[in-house]
Design a protein around this ligand. Sequence first.
Ligand code: ZN
Length: 392
Amino acid sequence: MSERKLAFIYSPEIEGLSYPIDCPFKTQRAGLTRQRLLSFGLLGGEGRVEVPARKASLAELEEFHTARYLEELQRAAGGDLTVDGLHMGLGGPDTPMFKDVFEYSALACGAALTAADLVLAGKADIAFNLLGGFHHAMAEKAAGFCYLNDVVLACMRLAAAGKRVACVDVDAHHGDGTQAAFYNRNDVLTISLHESGKTLFPWGGFENEIGEGQGLGCNVNVPLPAGTYDEAFLMAFDRIAAPVLEAFDLDVIVLELGMDTLAGDPLTHLRMTNNAHVEVVKRLLDFNRPILIAGGGGYHVENTVRGWALAWRTCCGEDEEHDASLGMGGVMLASSEWAGGLRDRALAVTTEQRQVVEPELRATIDRVRNNVFRHQGLAPQAAAGCGSACGG
Ligand SMILES: [Zn+2]
């Protein structure tokens, strides 16, 4: 595993671009993660390269977005927000207009395409684009701090090269823009595990949204109850995502690794720790296929940075002992909040929490398996390596 070639896509240019100061979306997270990796000695050196990001061209953006939307977005960035722009979602509370909006979004998309190209050229096995993860952006609509959908563009580029793409989205929010882009396609599998639309934006992503036409069964949603904790999340992942991915015969994985699932995130209601993300990354690494990792949400900046750095370290194949020795070496100076390495402490789960989360989640898992599995040639009732071991 440690022989994998890792690429960290980054551009110092990003440091001059920012969302409005009062917006919870912080563009600084990618740079802070980079600094954390450098302080741990995890960036640079053999097999761990940094690759500069570039802006996506208009022609590249038009692979998914409409020309008139791109025009309105550029116009609005320049201060001219029209009625058409408003109808496209621009300038709302979660889609503020600011002068860097087009520049930043196009850079995030260019970074995603760079990552996809590196993977296609065999120059990277794992490519991180923490500038991106804008999974809510639609072809002609902005939403939820997302204007241009880098995740979709990367998947499209990989699929255009003939690859079977599995897009796994573990952000706390449903990946609705990504779902919409591939709803009728069977060459891009989309799996989103997210806090239920009953309690969180974008208020959709339910079990019965399973794709249409050729894409029937190739869109999988797992809505998680508020309060979902690591063990429950991993049960859902292992009972649904793992077997579906296995059946899909994938060539490449695109992972939207939002960190807003972590307990303490100010915008969501899940109770996870980054230990769950390690398990997800490990399970995906086991497929032995290239992985493109996109950033996404995460509104507690320090927790997000630590989670992403930990995911990178997991991809490096570095073990825990190594981390502990680094921690004792005093390299955590950047953090005033936590001095124990990258991993979160395990969170205790109360009986009450289990009683709230488990019955609902088990019922959801059964529904998803019933809806989706037969389209993937799987038996809905199959134990999938879990079964009664998960009982009680
Ligand atoms: Zn999110």
